[in-house]
Structures are given as structure tokens and as C-alpha cells.
Design a protein around this ligand. Structure first.
Ligand SMILES: [Fe+2]
Ligand SMILES: [Fe+2]
Length: 223
């Protein structure tokens, strides 16, 4: 499958500086699960939602990414920080208001809850009404497992995600440690994401256009 084309930001009517949770919103501020990780997951989520079609899910997916790791207590395996993150939302009226300004509607919250709670638990059933949002968050989060060299292709849920693995690796390697945490983190990361995405598309097109099984002219006759 070809990688999805790099796209503009989804239609979330907010300044780019408000798309990420601020560093002090995280109970556990870490390099592994802090703002930089959530920023990369946000990039993957925006690209996945563009590639898989349901653009009306963009605000809900954005909110789910925003919340998903703010209630971690550490970096280890944990199946409850999604539940804790969802529970925190009731004590964060400013975040709830932000979601509203970003296009999240009351009818989105059941799906956001399912996605956030289950992102660190097993998959919901394929026929669950919120499967798609939950699967989008899980795949976007999984793409950033490249940072710990532990991305298992077999666990991905959308074919479009497979086409983003190389991009995810480059996004991590080429930006880690180079963009400080803070309100302009995403505004500085997003142009890098677009550059890498466009280079990835160009490279794949070049590879696809090369004839297969033929000896390149420059090497004919060489031993
Ligand atoms: Fe998590
Ligand atoms: Fe995460």
C-alpha cells in the first residue's frame, strides 16, 4: 500500500499551540510518555484519520490522543492509566472547554472514553460501536513504539498504519531531543513531520517507478 499523502492539519479550529497537553498536565513527565511522545502520536493520528477516511472523527481522535497518557504514574506496563486519564477529565474544566472549542461534541464523549480507557488494555470487539476511534488511537500510539524498538506489525489494525512505519521511525530519530517541551512544541514538530512525509512519498514513488528484474544500464556487462 502507498503511504498516505502528507496533509494539512485536520479541521480543528484551534491555534496549533493549543493542540497538545502542556507538560505540567502530565502526572508523570517523562521522555518516554510525556509531551514529545504525545506530539508524535498526534502526528500519526492526524495522518491516519486522513488516510482512513472518517475525517469527522478528527476532533474526537485529537481529544483522545490529548488525554491518553496524562495520568501515567510511571513508564512501566500499566493497564489503568487510561481509566485514570478519563476520570481526570471531570476535574479539568479548562480541558473540557478546550475540547469544545476544538469541535468535540457531547455525543463524541462515549467514543473518547472507550478509546482512552482501552488504549492500554485489550482491543474492543470489532463490532463495538467505538471500535474505529479506539483502533485509530491504538495504532497511532503503537507507531511511536519505534522509540523503544518494539513495534510489532502483527498488532496493527489498519493497512494504512503499515505504510507509516518508516515515517514513524524517521520522525522519532530526526526530532528526538531537538524540540523542547512547551507551548510551541507541536508548531515546531508539524513542519518536520510534513517534510519527512513528503520525502517518504517521493522515495516510495521513485522506488515504485524503477523497473524490476532488469539489470540497470550502468551495470550491464560488469562482473
Ligand atoms: Fe498509554
Ligand atoms: Fe501513549
Amino acid at each position: 500500500m502507498s503511504p498516505p499523502a502528507a496533509a494539512a492539519l485536520p479541521p480543528i479550529p484551534l491555534p496549533i499551540g493549543e493542540l497538545l497537553p502542556p507538560p505540567d498536565l502530565f502526572w508523570h513527565r517523562s521522555d518516554l510518555h510525556g509531551q514529545a511522545h504525545v506530539a508524535r502520536v498526534m502526528v500519526h493520528a492526524f495522518r491516519l484519520v486522513a488516510a482512513t477516511g472518517p475525517s469527522h472523527l478528527a476532533p474526537a481522535l485529537w481529544a483522545a490522543v490529548y488525554l491518553h497518557d496524562i495520568a501515567r504514574r510511571g513508564d512501566g506496563v500499566c493497564t489503568r492509566h487510561g481509566t485514570d486519564a478519563w476520570d481526570r477529565l471531570s476535574s479539568l474544566p479548562d480541558v473540557r472547554a478546550l475540547f469544545g472549542r476544538g469541535g468535540v461534541t457531547e455525543s463524541d464523549y462515549p467514543a473518547i472514553r472507550t478509546a482512552v480507557v482501552h488504549h492500554c488494555q485489550g482491543d474492543v470487539a470489532l463490532d463495538h460501536p467505538h471500535w474505529r476511534l479506539s483502533a485509530l488511537l491504538k495504532d497511532a500510539d503503537a507507531l511511536d513504539r519505534v522509540r523503544i524498538d518494539d513495534l510489532d506489525h502483527a498488532f496493527l489494525r489498519f493497512p494504512e498504519t503499515l505504510a507509516l512505519i518508516r515515517f514513524a521511525g524517521r520522525l522519532f530519530v530526526e526530532t528526538r531531543g531537538r524540540i523542547p517541551e512547551g507551548p510551541d512544541h507541536f508548531a515546531r514538530l508539524w513542519p518536520q513531520a510534513l517534510r519527512i512525509a513528503n520525502e517518504d512519498v517521493t522515495e516510495r514513488s521513485r522506488q515504485a517507478s524503477q523497473p524490476r528484474g532488469r539489470i540497470p544500464p550502468a551495470t550491464r556487462g560488469e562482473a
